[in-house]
Ligand binder design. Structure first.
Ligand code: DAH
Length: 364
């Protein structure tokens, strides 16, 4: 019985080869495919035969059928390429530069990511380890999400902290000046507790200079829950900064003001260039300011609680933080001018490689 099926398989290969040689177009090829590889084709009818065979013979027969399937599929693929190629040459007349659109693209030996992408991936990776989810939000925002819901109502002097591009001033439509509106959007969408980071482009009416760009990136963090306190904020940020810049750095929290947090803090690390001695990068202070953060202001929770009562400020607390990604990249890679990121100078851009570990995890 097994010899019988092996014989039949051999005959099938010969027949299939003979038939496919004469095939000239895709219609004929499809007929061929149905006959051999289709649902009532040879392969499946052989497979069905196996069930009536003696158990000892089944594995061998199965192997032979698999081999047959491989051979037939190979013949099919080859023929398909040949037909497609002849179509391109004969019908499209591309005789010199042949475009074989069914071929997979050639994989480049290497590729470069933009340094902002690389640092962003590394930063996300650290927060992922602490269980933060990743979220995004729109670049075109409303006055409500960018300001009012963040406890910065109209005519609030703190609005001057962000010089805003308005798309339609009378309707309050603008380009977000920071990623903080994503805090509001995520709280409206998810009930507490949760923790997320969000990354995206931000826009401010700043002229280009060595440390400003009208378009830049921020990373925002938000953690809300039932007994979140300042120690959690400190723990998360110190862990993040030491993972990113090295275990030896010092982290400093100073009181600050942001309308959406109370208390607020401005966070610095000991200068990565001079190790705290004082140099031109840190302006002689030994410290580099890189983050704004704080405990979510009760007014912000009240704005959410109007729609989602679980955010009532007597039940919920939380922390948030925000930082400029370009600034982090400049400090991490010792870049002294933000404009390098946007000049598209290939000599600059090809200095940065994404470092992947054995399991494709991102290494710093
Ligand atoms: N949104 C602030 C800015 O762009 C940064 C910031 C400060 C974000 C404190 C926060 C925060 O979430 O708590 O300047």
């Amino acid at each position: 019985m097994s010899n019988e099926i092996i014989g039949k398989i051999k005959e099938t290969v010969e027949l299939a080869e003979k038939e496919i040689k004469n095939i000239k177009n895709n219609d004929e090829l499809e007929q061929w495919r149905i006959k051999y590889l289709g649902r009532s084709g040879f392969i499946l009818s052989f497979t069905r035969e196996i069930s009536s065979m003696h158990d000892d013979l089944k594995p061998l027969a199965g192997k032979e059928i698999n081999k047959l399937k491989k051979i037939l599929t190979g013949l099919y693929e080859e023929k398909k390429k040949e037909i497609d190629l002849s179509y391109v040459i004969n019908e499209l007349g591309h005789k010199k530069e042949v475009l074989i659109y069914t071929y997979p693209g050639r994989e480049p030996d290497f590729a470069y990511f933009h340094p902002i992408t690389i640092i962003t991936k590394s930063m996300i990776n650290i927060f992922k380890k602490m269980g933060f989810g990743i979220w995004t939000g729109p670049e075109i925002e409303t006055d409500y999400y960018n300001f009012s819901a963040l406890n910065t109502p109209e005519n609030h002097p703190a609005r001057d902290m962000w010089d805003t591009f308005y798309l339609d001033y009378s309707k309050g439509i603008l380009l977000r000046t920071h990623t903080s509106p994503i805090q509001i959007r995520t709280m409206e969408r998810f009930k507490p507790p949760f923790r997320i980071i969000a990354v995206g482009k931000c826009f401010r009416k700043d002229a280009f200079d060595s440390s400003h760009s009208p378009v830049f990136h921020q990373m925002e963090g938000l953690m809300v829950g039932f007994d979140i306190n300042f120690a959690h904020l400190k723990g998360a940020l110190i862990y993040f900064l030491r993972e990113l810049f090295g275990a030896e750095i010092k982290v400093r929290f100073l009181p600050a003001y942001f309308p959406f947090t109370e208390p607020s803090a401005e966070i610095s690390i000991s200068c990565v260039i001079c190790k705290g001695k004082g140099c031109s990068t840190c302006g002689g202070t030994g410290w580099l300011e890189i983050l704004g953060a704080g405990m979510i202001h009760p007014e912000v929770f009240k704005n959410i609680a109007r729609k989602e009562p679980s955010y009532s400020p007597d039940k919920i607390t939380g922390f948030a933080f925000g930082m400029g990604i370009e600034r982090i990249a400049m400090l991490k890679y010792c870049i002294n001018d933000i404009r390098h990121f946007y000049n598209n100078d290939i000599r600059f851009l090809t200095q940065f490689r994404l470092n992947l570990g054995d399991n494709n995890e991102i290494l710093l």
